[in-house]
Structures are given as C-alpha cells and as structure tokens.
Design a protein around this ligand. Structure first.
Ligand code: BGC
Length: 745
C-alpha cells in the first residue's frame, strides 16, 4: 500500500520549508530609508548604471582598466568592477566613482576568490574532502581577510553546484556529488566570507553560483544543455543554494546553461518563483560573464535587446560584461517593454549591498596600504593552509603499510609534479603566486629527509609522449628504499572550459609507473596525485602500493602532503565524490536509485539485471571512502526507538573504536534509506556526519539526531514527509549494507 502523504504543502506557500530559516537580512535594515532617498535623486540612467559591471585586466605593473571603462565610471554608468584588485588599483577607480560622478556612488569590486586569495588553499573539491566545516569556514575567513585588504568587496564564491560528472572541469570548484555535504559546505563558505558583520572592513559579500543545474551539463561538456525532472532539481541541485540563502548569502550568480529549455539567465521560474518568492532571497543577482548576450546564441532571444528585456524580467539585477543593460535598458523602458519598477528593484538591491558594506560611510575602507602589507601571506595563514592541505588528502589505498614513510629510508621522488610550484595551486588561484611562492612536495619532503636521502628524477611531463626521462627515473627507483611518484593533471585541465572525455592520467605517466613497477617489483610505490576531478585509476590501483589523493593542495601544499606522507598528520580525508572504474560508468554516484532490476548481491552479473556485461556496477573508490594509518571499528548501533512520530526525534548512536596503532581523526557518516516513497528514493542518503578524534585504543559513542524534517523530499507536487520504513546506518564510508531500520508514523 502506498504511504499516505502526511504533510503536503504546496511549494509556493511551503511554510514548513522556510519557517526556521534565518531571514536573509536585507529587508528592514536601517539602510532602506537611505537607499530610498538616494534613489529619489537618481536619474534612470544612473539607476541603470548600478546594474552594470565591467572587467579590468591585469599586467605586471598592476591593474589595467580601459579608458572606455574609466569614461563609463565617470558617467555613473558602472556600478561594479571585476578583476581589479590591490589598494592602488581599486582606490584609483573608486576615486573616479566617488569624486567625479554626479552622485558619488561608490563602486563594488568583485573577484573570484574561490579557494584563497593570495594564500591558496586546496581546490574546493579537495576542501570538501576534509569534511571539516570549521576548517572550510576558517579558510574562507582567511581568504576574505586577504582579499578585503586588497580592495575586494565581493567574491564570486562559493560555487555550490552539485557535480556528478568527472568529465566536467568545474567539478574541481564545488563540493562534489552529495546534496547534504554540499549544503553544509555551502553554509560554511558563506559564513567564512561574510563573517558576522558585513560592515567590518574584513568581510566580503559571498555569491552562491551558478544558479542552477550547471553541474548537470550533458556529457560533462561545459556550458552544455541541462534537462532534468523537477524532483531532481529540487531534491539534488537546489538545496545547496537554499542552504546559502538560509545563512544570509548576499548575492547569487546565474548559470550559463539552460534549465529544461529556458536559459538560467532568462529563467523566471528559478529566479522569481523559487529564489525570490519561495525562499525570500533579498540580495541581488548578477549574471555570469556575458550571459545576457548568450541568450541570443541559446536561441531564446531574438537579439541582445530582447535578451536584456528577458533577463531583467526574469529577475536579474546586474549584468556582468554583456553591456546589455547599459545599451538597451533605457530604450526598453521608453518603449514600454520594461517596467521601470524592475530597474528600481535591481538598483535598490545593489545599493543596499553597498550600504551594508559601509561603502557610503567610507568608500575607501578597503583601501588601506598598511593593512594590505600586513594581511597577505601571514605566517598563520600559511600554516592554516598547510594544515588544511593535510586534512584534505585522501588515502585511497595503502597496502602492506607502504605509508607512512620512515625518516631513515631513502626515497626516490619521481614525477612531473614532484617539484612543481605552479600547478600545485590548482585552477582559480585568485591572486596566488604561481612563480615560486608555493611549497612543492619535494620541499615538503626536505623537512623530513636530508637531501642525501632524496633521489629525484622527473621521469616525464604531465602531457606529451616524451619517455626520455624514464631511464633516469628507473635508476632513481633502484637506489631507493621506496618510490614516491607525484603525478596528475595540469592545473588548467580542470576548471572552466576544461572538460575532458578521457579521465585517465594524461601523457605517459601511467607508462612510467609501469616501467618503475617492472624495474623494482618488490619496492613500495606510493602514488601521490594532484588533479581536479575523479580520475580513472584502475590501472594505477593495480600498480601502486599506496595512493594518496592530494587534489591541488595550494600554497603550503608540499608541507601538508609531506606531513601526511611521514605520518605527522594521520590522513582523515574522505571522498566527496565517487571515483569510477572506467569512464563508461559515468554518471556514477552513491545515492543512485534502485531500478526495477537491481543486481542480486550474490550474482551481480545475472542476466537481465541493471548491470554491465564488462565491468561491475561498483566504483573503484566510493563516496565517503578514505583510509587512515589506523583502523576504526564501528559497533553497537542503537536507536532511541524503533518507531518515531512526526513530532519526535530519533537518536542514533554508535561506538567507534580506534583499533590501530596511530591516533587519528575519523569522519563518522550517517546514512538512511527511505524504502518506499510516492516517488522512488535513493538507495542511500547521507543525513549527517561528525569528525571525531580518537587516540589509539580509545572508543567514543557518537550520536546523531534525526527529525522527520530531515526525511523530507519533493515528490513533483509538493514537499512531503512520508511515514513508513527507513533503513539506517552509521559508517566510515558509503560502501556498506544496511542492517538496522526504524519506522516513521
Ligand atoms: C565564470 C564564473 C566567474 C566569472 C567571473 C565566468 O566565466 O563562469 O564562475 O565568477 O567568470 O570571473
């Protein structure tokens, strides 16, 4: 029998979904009256000016801004600039806006501060692997400290797009495949960037991007079409954005893609119906770069003027780089096609953000030379980045205790990324220095081993066919006790416009591992990876004794990675995304649906079941997986009851014991399975996690509270919480079989 739907509230008036949310702060602020009186003085052109953003450039001597853009600024035709930073550069432009325009409205300076500003932290996919919300918040606080000291008011981050396709290069910028983890991480970033008071000079506006569905681009090709059911949109892709709204994110950015036929930048449903009306978002929405113009290429607008009309009607406030609002909005108003009220609304929201930042009190408050000197690359920032790099590393495999390394051993250090100080920062490295400041893995290892114990050979490049370095690398391997190979992708093989159809290690790197394996069959090979996406590591998994995934670990990356290699930090990272066995399994993610013909566990190859004839359904490394130098045992799962009512809370507890030889952290993960639903539910859903520390031999009881609200989902008609049977488990990975259950009545 079907479950009855107990709570069935129409989405548009869904009180249960919004009652507990912190108001997104804009309405009722002390600034409304000020904004209104300023707007009374503004001409239509000046209001439109606030909705326009242009980009500066950067040369070796500092920021460059075209004379045209300077002219527009002086005319009051620009409200914000991107890609201009440094006190000198921002002060100069701010002066034009404040001292040479009629009303002196300050500019907003935005920039992509994605995983650090100068001190670069691991790429975001790596940050997610720490499952450490406090650390992620701290890292974005540091990024805000540095960026604000260089004149930046606003970051175009976090990217909270769920991504389940490793071909898509921008998977590196997000928190991976999971809706719960992604939502928690979204909140941590926003809190870190915006701090507790936006009027402080060290806090910056955050921006939840890209609204919405960007991660679901067909075939993993960037900017490609997105088409999905509204259940998937609401249950998977929207929640991290909602989480960002819940903690008061001030801005949103549109996605480049279309959503079910309507490009995001012209999509009323997602911006007006969902973001504004349902969620009550009061901040402002910026387009992605030239996204208004792109409505024409999408085949959604006849020309750029039409595109401008569609965008403002859809609820877009600021135009990044299309020049569309500047060129066409006034005419559209005069022709009666666009209600001036829409422009007033957009302008009001942008001005409000400027008031909140305190820019009307002091437009130069982010332009303090002394602070600029003191605030970047502070030793404590670099140290935090080192610790984070260690926390983000995921030990995928460790046979025969290949790791940790021993300080008495000689190490052959091989591979194109072993001495790299450029790629190690990853893509979107903001103002990070790729020319030498970063610490390479080689330098990190030097902290632990004298030079005489490190035999280095590059072996090959990241890409290309050249094998001339193989012999040297083999010689190095022969001289050493263990072989550490640092390999991966180039930093610009992930990020925007960097989709791949091949997710293996590029170039001849795998061949080099094979050659070394053959030359020293009995020596431990430790593969240290830097990459911006899940790779197909099926071959490497058979060749290497240990594999440490370090993503691109950032400015202090080499130190952090060496801390893990030598056991000064016991690895605790867990995968935020599934690593497939082969490209053909994509999309593969842990919380898939069961299908009507799931594979029988005892005969996964059975005919006419949902399987492949050539590879298993299982991934190489599942979501939530990550080893430690110690071992953890989970036992004695207890539930506070077998049945809970709609107003009850279930407590689930488990004992975790450190049964190995090292102290260490463990990420304890709570999963459920809603067995029957009015629409089918995933086979597993993460609903909570806790990172704990256990000394060797120590046990801890770890408890989670689960309320009926946590079991809510959208069933294509409404958000519902449905009674029935649920399975539950608390584990250290998503790879397990359920053994316990409870009922919701
Ligand atoms: C990207 C955005 C980014 C913007 C500004 C675009 O190409 O898609 O994520 O914030 O550029 O740099």
């Amino acid at each position: 029998m079907n479950k009855c739907i107990l709570i069935s509230i129409l989405v548009l008036v869904s009180a249960s979904c919004t009652t507990n949310n912190k108001a997104p702060s804009s309405e009722g602020t002390p600034y409304n009256a000020k904004v209104d009186s300023l707007m009374n003085l503004m001409t239509l052109q000046e209001k439109i000016g606030q909705t326009v953003m242009y980009s500066g450039g950067w040369s070796v001597t500092g920021p460059t801004v075209s004379s045209n853009n300077k002219k527009f600024i002086k005319e009051g035709a620009v409200g914000a600039m991107l890609n201009v930073y440094s006190v000198k550069g921002t002060r100069e432009l701010q002066r034009l806006a404040v001292e040479e325009t009629r009303l002196g409205i300050p500019l907003l300076f935005g920039y992509d501060v994605i995983h650090g500003f100068k001190t670069i932290f691991p790429i975001n996919l790596g940050l997610a692997a720490s499952w450490d919300l406090e650390d992620i918040e701290k890292g974005s606080r540091i990024a805000a400290e540095e960026a604000s000291a260089e004149g930046i008011h606003w970051t175009f981050a976090p990217m909270v797009d769920i991504a389940r396709d490793p071909r898509w290069g921008r998977i590196s910028e997000g928190a991976g495949e999971d809706v719960y983890l992604g939502s928690e991480i979204a909140k941590a970033y926003v809190k870190g960037f915006q701090g507790d008071d936006l009027s402080k000079h060290n806090t910056i506006l955050a921006c939840a991007k890209h609204f919405v569905g960007y991660g679901a681009a067909q075939a993993g090709r960037d900017y490609h079409t997105v088409n999905m059911g509204y259940d998937e949109l609401r249950n998977v892709y929207l929640p991290p954005f909602k989480a960002a709204v819940d903690v008061g994110v001030e801005t949103f950015m549109t996605a480049f893609n279309e959503v079910n036929g309507v490009p995001a930048t012209g999509n009323k449903f997602i911006f007006r119906d969902v973001l504004r009306d349902e969620w009550g978002f009061k901040g402002f929405v910026v387009t992605d770069y030239t996204a208004i113009n792109e409505l024409v290429e999408h085949g959604f607008a006849e020309d750029e003027k039409h595109a401008t009309e569609l965008a403002i009607k859809a609820g877009i406030d600021q135009d990044m780089m299309s020049s569309a609002n500047r060129l066409y909005l006034e005419a559209l108003v005069n022709e009666g096609k666009v209600d001036v009220k829409l422009i007033d609304d957009a302008c009001r929201r942008i001005l409000l953000a400027k008031y909140k930042l305190g820019l009307f009190e002091d437009p130069y408050r982010y332009c303090d030379e002394q602070r600029e000197k003191e605030m970047v690359y502070k030793p404590e920032f670099l140290e935090a980045a080192r610790q984070t790099a260690a926390m983000c590393s995921v030990l995928l495999k460790n046979e025969d205790k290949a790791l940790p390394l021993d300080k008495n051993e000689t190490i052959a250090l091989i591979g194109p990324l072993a001495r790299d100080k450029e790629n190690i920062l990853g893509n979107w490295a903001a103002a990070g220095d790729r020319k030498g400041r970063a610490i390479s893995v080689y330098q990190g290892i030097q902290e632990y081993l004298s030079d005489s114990k490190i035999v280095f050979a590059k072996g090959c490049n990241i890409e290309g066919e050249d094998q001339s370095g193989f012999d040297q690398a083999i010689k190095a391997a022969r001289k050493a006790d263990k072989v550490v190979m640092v390999m991966g992708e180039d930093y610009d093989m992930s990020g925007e416009a960097a989709s791949r159809t091949n997710i293996k290690l590029p170039g001849r790197q795998t061949d080099l591992i094979k050659a070394i394996r053959k030359a020293v069959p009995n020596k431990a090979i430790i593969l240290v990876l830097m990459n911006g996406r899940p790779l197909d590591l099926s071959e490497e998994d058979t060749l290497a004794d240990a594999i440490l995934e370090t993503w691109f670990p950032g400015t202090s990356g080499g130190y952090g990675v060496a801390d893990v290699l030598f056991g000064a930090y016991n690895p605790s990272g867990k995968l935020p995304v599934t690593f497939p066995r082969t490209l053909g399994q994509i999309p593969i993610y842990y919380n898939m649906k069961n299908t009507g013909r799931p594979i029988p566990p005892d005969d996964p190859k059975e005919d006419y079941k949902s399987n492949y004839i050539d590879v298993p359904n299982t991934p190489l490394y599942p979501f939530g997986h990550g080893l430690s130098y110690t071992t953890f045992e989970y036992g004695n799962l207890e539930l506070s009851g077998e049945t809970i009512g709609m107003s009850d809370t279930l407590t689930a507890s488990v004992t975790v014991t450190n049964t190995g030889d090292y102290d260490g952290h463990e990420v304890v993960q709570l999963y459920i399975h809603d067995k029957v639903g009015s629409i089918t539910r995933p086979v597993k859903e993460l609903k909570g996690f806790k990172k704990i520390f256990l000394e060797k031999g120590q046990s801890k009881r770890v408890s989670f509270e689960l309320s009926p609200k946590d079991l809510e989902f959208y069933n294509n008609e409404a958000f519902v919480i449905e009674p029935g049977a649920f399975e539950i488990a608390i584990k250290g990975t998503s790879d397990f079989d359920f053994e316990h259950s409870f009922n919701l009545e």
